[in-house]
Design a protein around this ligand. Structure first.
Ligand SMILES: N[C@@H](CCC(=O)N[C@@H](CS)C(=O)NCC(=O)O)C(=O)O
Length: 121
């Protein structure tokens, strides 16, 4: 288990599109060095991460950020917090914005469509 650190800790799943959005923001804002990235790449690592997070969260979700003893699970809220604390406004980051408006928006739309089709089936 990680010690409580002065740097925020980000818990991410390797393939998660919400996690990539957060990572892109931090990369383009030049903030990657100011966080500790804890990434799961295998089912075993994901299980260990879930076991670490579940006592602190009503529902485990990725990405999760830990600021001291505080946990946050909404990617947009986490990005807004970094932006407020001296980071760059996300609207001013062209690569981040291209991901959010392009592949990320398409994934969300496909996910919604899939959920609707499943309900109708
Ligand atoms: N509203 C959340 C949604 C995040 C989300 O749905 N993440 C997925 C992973 S891509 C998740 O945590 N699913 C539940 C799980 O993996 O247990 C956000 O924007 O951060």
């Amino acid at each position: 288990m990680l010690e409580v650190s002065s740097k925020p800790v980000l818990f991410v799943k390797h393939t998660c599109p919400f996690c990539l959005k957060l990572r892109l923001y931090l990369l383009e804002a030049g903030l990657l060095d100011s966080v500790i990235l804890c990434e799961s790449r295998t089912p075993e690592e994901e299980e260990a991460m879930r076991a670490e997070l579940s006592p602190h969260l009503a529902k485990v979700s990725y990405p999760t950020a830990r600021f001291g003893e505080e946990y946050m699970t909404e990617s947009d809220d986490i990005i807004a917090r970094f932006a407020r604390n001296g980071g760059r406004p996300p609207e001013q980051l062209p690569t981040y914005q291209a991901y959010v408006d392009g592949p990320f928006a398409q994934l969300l739309a496909l996910h919604r469509e899939n959920a609707e089709l499943k309900q109708q089936a």
